[in-house]
Design a protein around this ligand. Sequence first.
Ligand SMILES: Nc1ncnc2c1ncn2[C@@H]1O[C@H](COP(=O)(O)OP(=O)(O)OP(=O)(O)O)[C@@H](O)[C@H]1O
Ligand SMILES: [Mg+2]
Length: 422
Amino acid sequence: MVPEAPRQVSAANPPQELCQVASGAVDRINIPIGEFNRVLGGGLTIGSLVLIGGEPGIGKSTLLLQVAAQLAGPEDAVVYVSGEETARQIKLRAERLGLAGKGLYLLAETDLNVILSQIEALSPRLVVVDSIQTAYLPELETTPGSITQVRECTQRLMHWAKTGSVPVLISGHVTKDGAIAGPRLLEHIVDAVLYLEGEPFSAYRLLRCVKNRFGSTNEVGIFEMGQKGLIEVKNPSQVFLSRRQGEAVGSAVVATLEGSRPLLVEIQALTNLNSFGQPRRTANGVDFSRLLMISAVLSKRLGFKLGSQDIIVSATGGIRVNEPAADLAIALAIASSFGSMAVKPGLAAVGEIGLSGELRAVSQLDRRLSEAARLGFKHCLVPKVGLGSSPPPKGIELIPVSTLREAVKEGLVVKKAGQKNV
Ligand SMILES: Nc1ncnc2c1ncn2[C@@H]1O[C@H](COP(=O)(O)OP(=O)(O)OP(=O)(O)O)[C@@H](O)[C@H]1O
Ligand SMILES: [Mg+2]
């Protein structure tokens, strides 16, 4: 049996009484990329370890290189460690993105001991490790990318960041279902976890915060991927509405919330008779099970004969709208396409639909209405239940409704002659 080690009394780091601990806001580095700053809760906290996760090819290295180059300068060293690309490949990307390299040091290395000793020598302002799955510690017997290696390397970097008061950004791959253990496994170790997401066919990317020890997790950053890298989208609602026509059939607009940010998104639906077999439901950017539920409510409670119809519903612009507040816009778009009736022009809709066709209240209605009014919407269908007495923002009229039946009646207009379904 191994003898128990004698307890050591250390004078170096004694416990501190809470009231004696120095207070004050945490120090943050302001990143010149506003959307990134916003997601972190107002900047990168000194000494924090932040994980940027995402599917392969989504743009993690691009974003990290942009952040690194923005923070580097003649007086500010930033180290970009890559285990996946050579310095030449990174240089090529930097040239494409139009990034200068003053103060930005590239290190193509995977041995974490070497990495730590090299970065120490530069006293950097920021360190980027792309990716954590390629870093390894030779003293461990497992292969790079294994659970033990990934966890141990992260813990080493965490310790280094805290003791040196230098922020460290690490990237990690995840698959759609999060099957690879890597980043998911690290969520509890690191200070903040951001996920870069996007639909494969769309150039838009969402940077979503799922954990933050130094700020709220409600923030979402929106970018567009292009030749020059990830460009911030300053007015996202306009993007998701840009191709909307005045009085389209099969199209409704929801005032949704992405974190704490209101966004107006167009929902399109197409219903089509399936004469050959099993009718299909397809959901792009909306929740499939909610689509099934909404179709069932429209059939059962409102008498829409959708049983033989294929139904396709899409959120335009490649965004995902998962919140139940989008139910009403989805239902309106389907009803509009099925009945070949346009949705009232200038109308937005919010509301969760219950199984008996009743409409349920949504959170933060005032924020949604303000954004709708700002973008020129004139009317908004809202659930009557939970509606406060405060007046709506200037320029927008509320249409309070209790049931989906009422909402369809209020929200659709008879189609003009010659108008086509979308
Ligand atoms: N010339 C270009 N113009 C527009 N977009 C480009 C161009 N070159 C690359 N891209 C985009 O950049 C993406 C790759 O970005 P990046 O290498 O940063 O992703 P990543 O998440 O780091 O990928 P990996 O998981 O392979 O490391 C491509 O999928 C593509 O969308
Ligand atoms: Mg990469």
